[in-house]
Design a protein around this ligand. Structure first.
Ligand code: AMP
Length: 472
């Protein structure tokens, strides 16, 4: 099908040509004819499917057809969106598509002065694109009324609910005239969205569902920070302090000891957090998980094994504090965010000795992870000097040689097996008071550990086996 085959007026056809569209996208092809017939529409689609034109073009056509005129301080079509950015973007589209018509549009959103927005509304507007808070505010100030509304579009409904706009939406809906055409768009349709749609749409709306959601990896925005191991804690802390939008953060640590260390650093910085790993009791783990789900804590630090049981839908950010040496684990980790059609961000820290892991991850995912904003490094304290103790603590696996690749992933790979990364501890004895474990007769990282680790039935060997399973 071509756009020219759709019953759209010449000025709209001209605009479509001007923006360079030739064929309608699936959602446009399925929605435009029904909308032109005056039907209500339930669209399950996300941004990028062409849904804006799918609703904008028929609305413009019907506005042109109706022969009515805008009255002062009213609007004829209202498009409700959750964010200022989306509102601006959608109004921009209306302006483009209506460029050869006399149809007017304007955009109102919070966070800026309202004087110019009120000015735009004085003479009335055909299409009003708005965020809920500012709309209610301007309705309260009698700068605009919805009494003459003919078309109501609720876009990005699932995001609206996530952002806590449900009450505002209800207030807006209560102000709409009974006779109107409704369009409701959401990327996902959980129960609460279905219920909300039923309160807005007339019975038996046309249902259009397009483009299965892209795989999580494509939906996830990724960032990479190349950072010395000893500065990872400071970097995590700084990023969390700087980015308050990081609300539900899952941090993956390679080891239990590392997970505890991360929580200590964050707690000291006043970040509410908890760790879950094999050394924590089931009760403590469940408690931590519940607090995380209820958003009583902002950060949950987990090892891969402990994270298997985690089922939290709306993780906003996943941090790979340490890169996993099994690339599939990375995919699984970052798949904890961007669930249920939401966006997500995955931030990975890569120490010099993890470059090989990074390459394996990028090869598997076929994505080159872009580097994050390096300006953050200037805010970090300078790295501390390495002491034999810190070297020991920071070494992968706390002095154990690197884990081998798990059996089920033991397909021959092109990459040669890695040499143990961590330096053997020099014979230099710590000058400071030795820690209890250093009082031990056994030298750290000795052959003894390797032997112990490989002993059949040993805890270390069991742990190694467990960690080789890629969680679901
Ligand atoms: P949207 O999902 O509405 O945000 O649209 C995503 C992008 O697709 C925007 O850049 C639109 O300009 C573009 N677009 C929408 N419809 C078409 C079409 N039929 N042909 C080509 N590009 C389109």
């Amino acid at each position: 099908m071509l756009f020219s085959e759709l019953p759209l007026a010449n000025p709209l056809q001209r605009a479509i040509r001007a923006v360079g569209y030739e064929t309608p996208t699936p959602i446009q092809e399925q929605s435009i004819p029904s909308l032109l017939e005056g039907k209500d529409l339930l669209g399950i689609a996300q941004t990028g499917t062409g849904k804006t034109a799918a609703f904008a073009l028929p609305i413009l056509q019907l506005l042109l057809d109706s022969g009515k005129f805008r009255a002062p301080k009213t609007c004829r079509a209202l498009i409700l969106l959750p964010t200022r950015e989306l509102a601006i973007q959608v109004e921009e589209c209306f302006k483009q598509y209506a460029q050869f018509t006399a149809i007017s549009s304007t955009c109102i959103f919070g966070g800026v002065g309202d004087a110019s927005q009120k000015n735009c509304l004085v003479r009335g507007v055909d299409v009003l694109v708005a965020t809920p808070g500012r709309l209610l505010d301007l309705i309260g100030q009698k700068a605009v009324s919805l009494k003459a509304l003919e078309f109501f579009v609720l876009d990005e409904a699932d995001r609206m609910l996530d952002m806590g706009f449900i009450h505002d939406i209800r207030k807006v809906v209560a102000l709409l005239p009974q006779k109107r055409q409704n369009l409701f768009f959401s990327a996902t349709m959980p129960d609460d969205i279905t219920k909300l749609a039923a309160t807005i749409l007339r019975p038996n709306p046309v249902r259009v569902e397009v483009a299965p959601q892209s795989t999580p990896i494509e939906r996830i925005r990724q960032e990479l920070y190349r950072i010395d191991k000893r500065r990872k804690g400071a970097l995590l802390k700084e990023l969390l302090l700087e980015h308050t939008e990081m609300k539900k953060v899952l941090v993956f640590s390679r080891t239990k000891h590392g997970a505890d260390k991360i929580t200590r650093v964050l707690e000291k910085a006043g970040v509410k957090c908890a760790a879950i790993h094999g050394n924590k009791s089931q009760t403590r783990r469940q408690e931590a998980l519940k607090n995380f789900k209820d958003e009583k804590i902002r950060v949950l630090v987990a090892t891969d094994i402990a994270a298997r049981g985690i089922d939290v839908d709306d993780v906003s950010h996943v941090f790979n504090y340490d890169l996993p040496d099994v690339p599939e684990t990375f995919v699984h980790r970052i798949g904890r965010t961007a669930r249920a059609g939401k966006d997500g961000i995955a931030i990975s820290f890569c120490a010099p000795d993890e470059e090989q892991d990074l390459r394996a991850i990028e090869k598997l995912t076929k994505i080159k992870i872009p580097e994050g904003d390096k300006a953050i490094f200037e805010k970090l304290p300078p790295p501390q000097k390495e002491t034999p103790e810190s070297e020991m603590r920071n070494a992968r696996g706390r002095g154990f040689p690197r884990r081998e690749k798990p059996a089920q992933n033991s397909k021959p790979t092109q990459t040669p097996p890695k040499a143990p990364k961590q330096q053997p501890l020099k014979t230099t004895q710590p000058v400071q008071q030795p820690k209890p474990e250093q009082n031990s007769q056994r030298p750290q990282n000795s052959d003894h550990h390797k032997r112990r680790r490989n002993r059949p039935g040993s805890k270390a060997r069991r742990r190694m086996r467990e960690s080789s399973n890629i969680p679901n």
